[in-house]
Design a protein around this ligand. Structure first.
Ligand code: IPM
Ligand code: MG
Length: 370
């Protein structure tokens, strides 16, 4: 029995709590069937925390996140809180977690599972077998750069400012994650910026090149402007293996890449910090989809992205490759069995609720583990 794997579960808002419920059932299943137990704690973030405590995330919650081995995050935000200032909004919960825990590498896979190849808006022959990993820098760039703000000019008009800032160490540490992942996959890394118009983009390109030559000469490195990358992702997405890019470009390109797979409701992500001296690494796992307030509370959300985020957690935080792969296989089996939530519904398939999707997943896990 391997106990004391400390998890902090933060379901958040909208569909977050609904999809997290299905993960809790997978966790219970692992406890029963695989004799793996987790030391779980749950807390409020986002709008839920604003309503209960007046702030999207408390210091106490941040401290718990730091002390945990891994954080499993749902989603935050919703129209109820949309009029709040940037210093009070639900989104601040995830931004503070990334920043405070030093989670600088956001891993966003875009994989097309065979049963869902027709769910993509692109032709099956373009996306079949797609397996891309986008590594998005997540504690720097224009999301956090100073100066920022809105000021009123002498003539009464206003000026809004945000700043793209990257230092060499910030670029190197995230690029290193990209190179290392490439080595474990197809050995190709594409670094993406706008070196043609941005100084910080040029520094990014030069830094990644130098690092590649010095430490990863065996990895095939290419560079691409972000606009071209967006076009190439739609034209021929399978040309990519691992992409490493800035916070803002990664935000855009990962949404684009996710849709190549046909459903935002299918994709997990991991956000990792650096390795500390004692071998620990802060890490947070969350689905790519948001809180989807339009369908929240109706029991129709797709729980698979949250479940697959938990699988990533097992793989990256606990090196439990076998269990991670088991959960991933079970998800594919449920889809191959014709079960679909509304977001990935296709003709001839069985449309099921969040809860039924979760139940089918447990059935497949039972079968696979039998
Ligand atoms: C994401 C989201 C967030 C981001 C928001 C909710 C702050 O879009 O994780 O991609 O922009 O990083
Ligand atoms: Mg986004």
């Amino acid at each position: 029995m391997t106990a004391n794997k400390k998890l902090l579960v933060l379901p958040g808002d909208g569909i977050g709590p609904e999809v997290m419920r299905e993960v809790r059932r997978v966790i219970d299943w692992m406890d029963r069937r695989r004799q793996v137990s987790f030391d779980l704690e749950e807390d409020l973030v986002g709008g839920a925390a604003i309503d209960a405590r007046g702030t999207p995330i408390t210091e106490a919650t941040l401290a718990k996140a730091k002390a945990a081995d891994a954080v499993l995050f749902g989603a935050v935000g919703g129209p109820r809180w949309d009029t709040l200032g940037f210093d009070k909004r639900p989104e601040l919960a995830i931004l503070s977690l990334r920043k405070d825990l030093g989670l600088f590498a956001n891993l966003r896979p875009a994989t097309v599972l065979d049963p869902l190849v027709d769910a993509s808006t692109l032709k099956p022959e373009v996306v079949r077998g797609l397996d891309i990993m986008i590594v998005r820098e997540s504690t720097g760039g224009i999301y956090f750069g100073q100066p920022r703000g809105v000021e009123t000019l002498p003539d009464g008009t206003k000026k809004g400012v945000n700043t793209e800032v990257y230092t060499t160490p910030e670029i190197e540490r995230v690029a290193r994650v990209g190179f290392e992942l490439a080595r474990r996959r197809g050995n190709r890394l594409c670094s993406v910026e706008k070196a043609n118009v941005m100084e910080s983009g040029l520094l990014w390109r030069q830094t990644v090149s130098a690092l590649g030559a010095a430490e990863f000469p065996d990895v095939q490195l290419s560079h691409m402007y972000a606009d071209n990358c967006a076009m190439q992702l739609v034209r021929n997405p399978r040309q990519f293996d691992v992409i490493v890019t800035t916070n803002l470009f990664g935000d855009l390109l990962s949404d684009l890449a996710s849709m190549l797979t046909g459903s935002l409701g299918m994709l997990p992500s991991a956000t990792l910090g650096g390795l500390s001296e004692d071998g620990r690494r802060n890490a947070l796992y969350e689905p790519i989809h948001g809180s989807a307030p339009d369908i929240a509370g109706r029991g129709i959300a797709n729980p698979l992205a949250q479940v697959l985020s938990f699988a990533m957690l097992l793989r990256y935080s606990f090196a439990m490759e076998e269990d991670a792969a088991l959960i991933e296989r079970a998800c594919t089996k449920v889809l191959a069995g014709g079960f679909r939530t509304a977001d990935i519904m296709q003709p001839g398939m069985a449309k099921v609720s969040t809860q039924v999707m979760g139940e089918q997943l447990l059935r497949e896990l039972d079968k696979l583990a039998a």
